[in-house]
Each structure stands twice: as C-alpha cells, then as structure tokens.
Design a protein around this ligand. Structure first.
Ligand SMILES: O=C(O)CCC(=O)C(=O)O
Length: 278
C-alpha cells in the first residue's frame, strides 16, 4: 500500500483508533476529608436540600390477612359486635372426602339458578341445590323446599353439629364446575336466617380462595378500596364456621380464577327461621 492510501485508510470512519485509546482511563483520585477550601472560602453546592413536611398522608390499601391454620379468629370487633371465624382444616379425612365428593357430585340434583339483578335476569355462574323444610329466596328468585336429604348430607350435618355444638336445619350446596364458576360479593343476611346467623361451610375437591372484605364506615360512601380483607384458602375436607356479626359487618365471595381449576363442592349449613318473614 503506498503512503497516500495508507493515510486515507487510517483517517477513514472504519479505521480504528490506535489500541491504546480503548483503555479505560484510571478513576480520578478523590481525596478523603473536609471539602476543599480556597483561601478562607468554603465551596457551597448550588442547590441545597430543604425538607418540607408532606401536606397529604398517602393511604395504603391494606394487605389481606391470610387464614390457613386451624383456630378461632376474631376478625373484627365492630361496628355490630365481634365477627369470628373458626377453621378446621382436614375436618374430613382426605380418603373419606374423595369418596364423599364423588357421591355428592353424581347424586345431588344440581341446577343452574336464574336470579334477577339490577341489570335484569342472569344465570348464576355455578350449580346449586337446596335442602330444608322451607323455600329459600335470594336475588329475587326462590329455591323450593326440599326435605329429602341425601344420606351423606345427613351424616355430615350430624358430624358438624356434634363438633361445633350448633344445630342446622337447611343447606345450600354449590358446585363450581371449573375456574370460571364463582360467587360474587354478598352476605348471608336474609331475614329468615335470623340475627347473627352461624354458617358452617364445608368444602370438597379443588382448593378455592374464600375472600372476605369488611363493610366500609359511612364516610367511605360504600367504597371498599381501603377495606380490610381476609383470604381463606378452602381445600378438600376443610370446615369454616362464620359466627357473630360476620354477616352484618363483612361480605364474602369466591372469585373466578385465571388458571384451570377442577370441580369444587361447597356445602353451607344454615338455620332458617321462616316465621321471621310472616
Ligand atoms: O363456596 C363458598 O365457599 C362460599 C359459598 C357462599 O358464599 C354461599 O353459599 O353463600
């Protein structure tokens, strides 16, 4: 290469700089100790940090309380009184629960109920059936009285009554067929259930999350954004008892899930006082 061409290549855009220029420059040496002074003058930074008191307190959405161990939990003490949960994981032994799930899944008279809501009629996203001497009305639609209890249900009612000391005369059964079946926010507070109803809820099959939220105080105007939440994963054979003011002061639901879920059966034993409506 003649000298002219060599110079052109070295000056061209593709011609790399001499290797030494790639080497990182050594970090500057910073002297420890007080800031430097020139004569008697101290250097003051241009902008000084000035602390100002925040004018608004930021509200935090509280994390849900997760309840999954056996025990009795006072989830609130007002405004109506004490709201209490009692959790009995593995109330039914898993092998026995497998057999019961199959019997109930195949033999109960499951139906899809039509309700009437603010936006008109709709089909419940789950199947249900009702047992009791009297009909049960909720969401402006009635389930007829059905005194013909399946023997597995009678046996479970007896066992729950023996352990809890409560007695029940009615039962609402729910079948969640898959992840998209659910029950929306509500309280079990129909007048026939009486004051401070006790509900015994027994679950079989797939685990689903039973969610609860505390009714907001009047100044929140029905907004649940900052409400306390409780989550209870209800798995195969688990019994949950809701007592005291739980139906006055809290709502509950089982939300849809975003992953595949196998069927789940939930039995909610209640006591109906039909004379209340008369
Ligand atoms: O499936 C559940 O665990 C809840 C059912 C329920 O909320 C109800 O029957 O009122």
């Amino acid at each position: 290469m003649d000298d002219k061409r060599r110079r052109a290549r070295v000056q061209g855009g593709w011609a790399g700089p001499p290797k030494a220029a790639f080497r990182a420059a050594p970090p500057p040496v910073v002297a420890a100790g007080p800031p430097p002074r020139w004569g008697n003058e101290q250097i003051i930074p241009d902008k000084q940090f000035v602390y100002t008191e925040p004018t608004q307190v930021q509200r935090r959405v509280p994390d849900p309380q997760i309840i999954e161990k056996a025990g009795t939990y006072e989830i609130s003490t007002g405004p109506s009184g004490v709201s209490r949960l009692r959790l009995f994981p593995a109330f039914i032994d898993p092998k026995e629960a497998d057999w019961m799930f199959e019997q109930l899944h195949q033999e109960l008279p499951w139906r899809q109920k039509s309700n009437v809501g603010p936006e008109g009629p709709y089909q419940e996203p789950r199947l249900t059936c009702w047992y009791g001497e009297v009909p049960y009305t909720y969401s402006r639609s009635t389930m007829q009285a059905n005194p013909h209890w399946h023997p597995v249900l009678t046996m479970l009612k007896d066992r729950i009554e023996e352990v809890t000391g409560y007695s029940f005369n009615s039962l609402l059964c729910n079948l969640y067929r898959h992840d998209k079946d659910s029950i929306d926010w509500h309280s079990d507070n129909e007048p026939e259930l009486g004051h401070n109803p006790t509900i015994a809820s027994l679950s079989f099959g797939e685990t689903r999350i039973f969610q609860m939220r505390k009714n907001p105080p009047p100044e929140e105007h029905g907004d649940y954004t900052y409400a306390e939440h409780v989550h209870v994963p209800l798995d195969h054979g688990t019994l949950l008892i809701m007592e005291g003011s739980t139906q006055d002061d809290w709502q509950h639901r089982v939300p849809k899930e975003y992953h595949d879920r196998q069927p789940r059966i939930n039995l909610t034993f209640r006591t109906m006082f039909p004379e209340v409506r008369l």
